[in-house]
Structure formats: C-alpha cells, structure tokens
Design a protein around this ligand. Structure first.
Ligand code: UD1
Ligand code: MG
Length: 459
C-alpha cells in the first residue's frame, strides 16, 4: 500500500499544536515559579558576573533547576499527546465494529505503544535523577550508572522487535570483516552507554548562560531536519536519493523522498515517532532559552541536561539512528575526550571548571585546574597527556622554570579551549561561539552522513 503523504498525517499537526502550548507554558511558568525554587533552597550564584561589594549572597541567588519545570511541561505534553499519536488505529478500530468475513482488521500497534511508553519511562527516570542531582549534588561516579539503568526499558523494547544488532562494515575494511558484523549483546552495551553519554556530556559542557539549553536546542533541530528527510513528502519534492545511500531512485522515478524510496512504512513511522518527541523538546528549549539567555534570570540545573540528553538517547535508539545522532554530538564528544584526564583523576579537577572572569574588563579568560599550582607533580602519564594536549593547542601549561615540571594547566574544556584559541571575550559572545560550533558540527554531520556515506558504504 502507498504511504499516507505528509498532509494526511493529522497526528503531526496535533504534535505541532502541543508544542506551541508547551512553548507558551514554558515562557510563562519558568519565571512565575522561580521564586518558589529559591524558597525551596534551589538557587545558585552566577559565577561569571561582577557584583558590587554591598550585595549579600541571598540577593545574588538565581533560581536553579528550573529545568524541572521545562521537562515537566515536556513530559506532560508527551503524555497528553498519546491518544493523538494513536488516533489512526483508534479511528480504524471504532469504525470496524463487527469485522465481516474476508475483512482484514488492522491490529492495534501494541509494539508502537510499548516504544512510546518505555520512552516516557526513561525520560521520567532521567528527570528524577537530574533533580536529585540538583538537590543532593550526587558524586559523578555514583550517578554514571543511573542512565544505564534508565535505558533498560528502551533496550527491552528494542529486543522485542528483534532489533538489528548488525553494523555495516565500511568498504575498505570489508576484506577483513565481511559486509556485516553482528555485535549481538555488545550492541546493547553500546546503546546503554549512549544514554549515559548523551546525558552527562551536555551536563559537563556547561557553566555559561544559555550553554546547556542551546546545545539541546541545536541538537533537537538537527534531529528534526534529519527526520524530515524520511517523511513521505508529496510528489515533485525531489532530493537526490543517491546521497541517502540507496539505489531506489530509479524504481520510484526519483520523485519520492527517502522514506518513500525505501518503500517502508516502518521507516516513516520511526521518524514520525522521533518528530513527536523532538518538536515539543524544541518548544520548551526555545521557551527556556528566553529566560536563560545572558544575563540569565534562571538556571537549568542538571535536570534539564539529563532530561534533554535522555530524550536524544530515546529517539536515537527507538528510531534506529544512534550513529547519526552521535554525529550531532561532535562538540560534546570533543569536550568529553578533552575532559577525560580531569574526569578520571589524572589531572586535578576543581568543582567548577568555568572560565575565569576579569573583573575590570568583564571578559572571560581560560581558568586553571588548580588555584596556584598542582598539589603534587603530575605522574608520567599525566605529563605525557598534558604535553600532547599543549602541543595540539588544547591547553596552556605552566611549568617550573628550573625543573621543567608542569605546575598548572588550564581546565580541559571546550569553553577554555575556545578562549585560548580565540582570545578573551565576554560571556554572551562565548555562548554565541559555542552555538556556532554546534551548528557547524551539525552541518559537518549531515555532510558525513549523506555526503560521504556512499564513499564508505555501497548502500
Ligand atoms: C558541571 C561541570 C563544572 C561546571 C558546572 C557549571 C564538569 C565535570 N563539571 O558540573 O565544571 O562548573 O557544570 O554548570 O565539567 N552556573 C553559572 N552560570 C551558568 C550556569 C551555571 O554560574 O550559566 C553555576 C551556578 O553557580 C550554578 C552552578 O553553576 O549554581 C551549577 O552547577 P552544577 O550544574 O551543579 O555543576 P555540575 O553539573 O556538577
Ligand atoms: Mg550541571
């Protein structure tokens, strides 16, 4: 059967409608509930602002963890949307009351419902974890495994659908591994780690106004653009199919988009599912960024980082595009690799690695890992890593002029790296540069996925 062309997918329009409500609710509720968060002791001082000496700490407090409001609105709109997402099977069921002989009655898509509900469950666990982290400041060693546990419902549903655990081997390596490798259980380990990565990597690329939510916004928009490529657009909308790595162009006369070309209702449904989860996410992020933009009136807290990170893991796993998704995380991957020496204790890691503000000029400078110098000389391994990073221009080292021993280094984050390479700048400018690098990363990701795929894979 032919697929419904785009104008005949009413659930998509309901999803857009819910997203508009979610945007308005976030714009209104975030500032309205701010004082209640301060009352509940959920406030933080903006580390990168200069205050007059007369101002007390209480006066400086900015409501923190308002991501809880954003993710509650997000989850609530996803819950309210459930009947709309399944409106088609519901209508089909109610019109066919007594199936006549020879009539095929469409089964209710229980599997899709399972996908939807397990995704909600994972999102709820992530929000809970994020909020607990805001309240109790959980040590990161302890909170690492929680997203893994939160992803078990997703993995079980993936398994139930006999989810694919094969990876296609790039052309140059085929003479060793063959065309496909079945990773089996390892593939599930990879997907579980994906959820830990997506949640934590957003959280550690933080500390300047608007950074957390802008990352989530740009990644969500990138996922949406990717999903749109797979929808059954009306005829005459032509995209060059060879870029999508398949040979279906001839069969379909080259007029359908990828989703049609694959001829697969399943593929379209997966990307619709992803859209249903990404549209309201974009909406709450847009509402939130309005209040979190420099100078921030509210902070997102870890709640927003975890909820958004889990939303990405959910769509990546459930809609089967986890590798494309990882391509949208290039700045986060870079920041994570750069951070590893500090995260794994090879280099001292202060509680906050945010840049340092120069009180006279209001410009941000790279901050250092230790206030004066490292408490102990770094080990051989640490020295090797730091020296390599320094040669690559990723960090700046202070050394003892007599012995040559490293005594300090700049904090290993992408924000400090940007300041090192581009020079001191103010906070607003830095977040704009960060956003540009995220957009550039996404453009590069699309190029790799659709521009180079044919070089590597013969589709
Ligand atoms: C992560 C980072 C930490 C960074 C912090 C900033 C790692 C391992 N951890 O820790 O280096 O300093 O995020 O969020 O990389 N804040 C601002 N301006 C902002 C946002 C936050 O000053 O725009 C400050 C506020 O004081 C706020 C605090 O950061 O209260 C929140 O920090 P939190 O999210 O608890 O830090 P972590 O996620 O543990
Ligand atoms: Mg945080």
């Amino acid at each position: 059967p032919l697929l419904d062309p785009l104008p005949a997918i009413p659930a998509l329009y309901s999803s857009i409608g819910f997203s508009i409500f979610a945007f308005l609710a976030t714009i209104y509720l975030v500032p309205a509930l701010g004082p209640a968060f301060i009352k509940a002791n959920l406030g933080g001082v903006d580390l990168l602002k200069v205050y007059d000496s007369g101002i007390t700490k209480e006066e400086k407090l900015i409501p923190e963890s308002l991501g809880l409001v954003a993710s509650s609105i997000y989850i609530l709109s996803l819950i309210l949307f459930i009947p709309f997402a399944f409106s088609k099977p519901i209508i089909e069921h109610s019109t066919v009351k007594k199936p006549q002989e020879g009539m095929t009655v469409v089964e209710f898509p229980h599997y899709q419902l399972a996908v939807y509900l397990s995704s909600l469950l994972s999102l709820l666990v992530a929000t809970l974890l994020g909020f607990l982290d805001d309240v109790f400041d959980i040590r990161w060693r302890h909170k690492l495994p929680i997203p893994i546990i939160a992803s078990i419902p997703l993995l079980m549903v993936y398994y139930a659908e006999h989810g694919n655990t094969n990876v296609v081997v790039p052309l140059p390596l085929r003479f060793i591994f063959g065309t496909l490798i079945n990773l089996g259980p390892l593939y599930y380990v990879y997907m579980a780690l994906l959820s830990t990565f997506s949640t934590n990597s957003i959280n550690i690329l933080a500390g300047i106004n608007g950074s957390e939510v802008s990352q989530a916004l740009i990644i969500a928009l990138s996922v949406i653009i990717n999903d749109l490529l797979y929808l059954p657009w009306p005829l005459d909308f032509k995209i060059p199919l060879h870029l999508l790595g398949n040979k279906a162009e001839l069969e379909f006369g080259g007029v359908w988009n990828a989703g049609m070309a694959h001829g697969s209702r399943e593929l379209v449904e997966r990307h619709l599912f992803s859209l249903y989860f990404m549209l309201p996410l974009v909406a709450v992020c847009m509402g939130f960024i309005y209040h979190n933009w420099y100078p921030a009136r509210v902070f997102p807290g870890d709640t927003l980082c975890y909820a958004t990170g889990m939303a990405f893991a959910v769509v990546g796993i459930q809609a089967h595009f986890s590798k494309t998704l990882l391509l949208f995380f290039l700045p986060q991957i870079f920041n994570f690799i750069l951070s590893c020496p500090q995260l794994f204790g090879l280099v001292p890691c202060p509680r906050h690695r945010v840049p340092r503000i120069d009180r006279n000029t209001n410009l941000l400078h790279p901050s250092t890992a230790s206030e004066k110098q490292f408490p102990a000389p770094p080990s051989r391994l640490s020295t090797l890593i730091l020296r390599t990073f320094a040669v690559l221009g990723l960090t700046e080292l202070t050394t003892d002029p007599n012995t040559g021993v490293i005594t300090n280094s700049t904090n290993l984050t992408i924000l400090n790296f940007l300041l090192l390479r581009l020079g001191p700048m103010n906070e607003k400018h830095l977040v704009q540069v960060l956003m540009c690098s995220q957009v550039a990363g996404s453009i590069f990701a699309f190029f790799i996925r659709y521009g180079l795929a044919w070089l590597v894979y013969d589709g």
